[in-house]
Design a protein around this ligand. Structure first.
Ligand code: ADP
Ligand code: MG
Length: 334
């Protein structure tokens, strides 16, 4: 991949994350490569969307970037510093800069702590000690995410799902991070609430100059929020580009299939629309297909697809795809 000339916040090269499956076969423990040699750059101030079917490795990639899990290979440069080789003390101070928002805010909120205490915890961890100043900061954070400051004394179970996600966002903001990984932040919410949370994330990004890695299996949510988007399939990035390009002219058959599964609001168009239906389920990540991992489900696969591993190459300006049947000269498979 070409180096990107705009300011890069995070630069990932050859990132691989393996999970041990805990059982030993013939003396060797089996592993699953949830993320397989991923390289990408996230630019400062952008909202970078990561999409793909469940189980393709999105959360694993997000957690590895936020350094909540250790990669088995590769580098993660954050503003030039390699996070994979930092000591745990140095990492603690980096952690302030990168926070995570989860699908289930319960994951980051202690049910036995008031939400005020939960939001205040990172403030304390990063050096704030004055109680009054802390209460004021917590109140401001609650108001910033659209909640009444008085709610600080309540417990998570007293909140609705949408409010709880707002609290999760306030907690993530408390450390004043520059970079936020939002992993399916709206997937557990009612559809009516989803747009509110997306708008909140957008507003906060503009107000605070945040860089987002926005992870979702919901392509519509990603289209709404992302400047650029990467499509993942079985641990690999298969397409990457400006969101407008990827949504407007997807190159990969996989991306085309994902997009064709999004319902269109207009019932007349919806009825006439051609849909690309993928054959079968996502293959197991434990024993992924050789060559292009999508070849077992691809309507355009040729024999070479099962032996040659396609590289992510720039097909159109800033628009990359990993398919041996696609090139700059022939961006469309015929
Ligand atoms: P996604 O977020 O896209 O749904 P994940 O990153 O959660 O995907 O999972 C990617 C792959 O790694 C899947 O095959 C999943 O079963 C496996 N996996 C995820 N977490 C673990 C774990 N803690 N131990 C073993 N395998 C895991
Ligand atoms: Mg996930």
């Amino acid at each position: 991949m070409n180096p990107i000339s705009e300011t890069t916040a995070i630069s990932i090269r050859g990132l691989t994350v393996e999970y041990g499956l805990g059982r030993r076969l013939f003396g060797r423990s089996k592993t699953v490569k949830a993320v397989d040699e991923v390289s990408l750059d996230i630019l400062k101030g952008e909202s970078f969307g990561l999409v793909g079917e469940s189980g393709c490795g999105k959360s694993t990639l997000g957690k590895a970037i936020a350094r909540l899990i250790d990669p088995s290979a590769g580098t993660i440069l954050y503003e030039g510093r390699d996070l994979t080789t930092l000591s745990s003390r140095a990492m603690r101070s980096e952690r302030k800069n990168m926070q995570m928002i989860f699908q289930d805010p319960y994951a980051s909120l202690n049910p036995r702590m008031t939400v005020g205490a939960s939001i205040g915890e990172p403030l304390q961890a990063f050096g704030m000690s004055d109680r009054k100043a802390m209460a004021a900061s917590v109140g401001r954070l609650l108001e910033d995410v659209g909640l009444n400051a008085k709610l600080a004394t309540r417990y998570p179970h007293e909140f609705s799902g949408g409010q709880r996600q707002r609290v999760g966002i306030a907690r993530a903001l408390a450390a004043e991070p520059a970079f936020i990984v939002a992993d399916e932040p709206i997937s557990a919410l009612d559809v009516s609430i989803q747009a509110q949370i997306l708008n909140l994330l957008k507003r906060l990004q503009a107000e605070r100059d945040l860089t987002y890695l926005f992870i979702s299996h919901d392509l519509r949510a990603v289209r709404y929020i992302a400047d650029r988007v990467a499509v993942m399939y079985l641990g690999r990035i298969v397409e990457l580009g400006d969101a407008r390009e990827v949504y407007g002219g997807p190159l990969m058959p996989y991306t085309q299939a994902l997009l064709s599964a999004i319902p269109v609001a207009d019932p007349v168009i919806e009825a006439k629309r051609e849909r690309i239906v993928l054959k079968g389920d996502v293959p197991s990540a434990v024993d992924p297909p050789s060559g292009c991992r999508f070849h077992t489900r691809c309507p355009y696969a040729v024999p070479d697809c099962s032996t040659v591993t396609p590289q992510l190459v720039e097909i159109k300006p800033r628009h990359y795809a990993a398919c041996i049947r696609i090139s700059s000269e022939h961006p469309q498979i015929s």
